[in-house]
Ligand binder design. Sequence first.
Ligand code: F0G
Length: 457
Amino acid sequence: MHHRTIIEPFRIKSVEPIGLSTESERVEYLKEAYYNPFLLRSRDVIIDLMTDSGTSAMSAHQWAGMMEGDEAYAGSRSWERMQAEVRDLTGMANILPTHQGRAAERILYGHLGGPGKVFISNTHFDTTRANIEFSGATAIDIPIAEGRDPALEHPFKGNLDTSELERLLTEHKDHVGAVILTVTNNSGGGQPVSLANAEHVSSICKRHGVLFLLDCCRIAENSWFVKNREAGMEGLSYRQIAQRMFALTDGAIMSAKKDALVNMGGFLAVREGTLAEACINLLIITEGFTTYGGLSGRDMEAIAIGLQEVFDPHYLDYRIRSTTFVGDKLHALGVPLMRPTGGHAVYIDAKALYPHIPPHQYPGQTLVCELYRLGGIRSVEIGSVMFGTYLPDGSLKPSPMELVRLAIPRRVYTQSHMEYVAETFEEIMRTREKVRGYRIIKEPKFLRHFTAHFEKL
Ligand code: F0G
């Protein structure tokens, strides 16, 4: 028999209670948080879809591994396990443990960057761009054109535009710090990159003598899309597909808070020795000794196990299909979405949902507040609150898109939680014309979305 229902491929051994609240309580909490969900207390959130980063549930095997963590300063057994696992996966000799992804970014891009340097990516994630720009270098995003059209269906919207890459490598000859493929492309909607695209990028980089890197924090999810969407890949395992992608590159950065199924951690993997040595020097100054970076032995133990578990085909099937389940439900309700659904999140096009709310009244922030008010669901605005800037006359230069991200933590929520999210959207759709926008009443100079205060219009 073929079952329609995708069951969670795990039983729940330990539970964490959810604090339920009423709509009128949430109206108060929202007001107290100045309509900014970053200022809400997690205990007042029913379903937290703010991020899939560091929010995974660990397995019984990982928790058991934590007890075996070897906390020695040097030469820890847990480090040996993590190092062996990461070496086997990436095929790279030099592995540097870091406390999370951005620590690896600061080390690598701090070394490769500097004024006059250019970095090219399908899309730099915020922290990647920030670390590159902090070094004085420039970050350029060149996703394929299809990747910029939210409603368009395409199997690999995360791909990098290779003809633009050729042009940029010629234009910036001798000044290119690295080419970076982010898999899956988080800022571009969690969309996958095909192995064919990675191969093409790799051959172009080799021809130009330029370093090619992978931001691989969702590499297992990307492998699912390659196996199930790319011709000729059916016979390979998810891990083999990931290994093929790593084999094309000179280095990789991983925030282990995603596909390593842990709450904290990361690493930098470098193929070549001289570059590795320069990075190791920086690692010791700011993160820690080479055999722990910023991590506890128990964290390294959990990463080693998580990197095994994440490639389990039953887990990956459940993972991608449960994100798609949410996307398909909302699509059927007529909610305007980024299509097709990506690996870790569903992105809603708030500009299309609330066409009567102009960008300077923040349609994305409006949806984020409505989701919390109606369902206690926490999400993130990725639009003019996050990326908007001010023109000299004081008016807002809006972000090109007004998106809201529902990021799904790994192994945390069940299908009924997701049914509840879809049900909340039924009400969002019913009341969409009545809703009004917001105004910012207080904001910091940088990264304003984290701490800004809003007022209802
Ligand atoms: N690269 C990508 C593609 C990411 O999505 C993130 C984090 C990082 C690097 C940085 O890793 O947080 O461990 O320092 N993304 C989180 C998110 C924060 O919510 O998407 P980190």
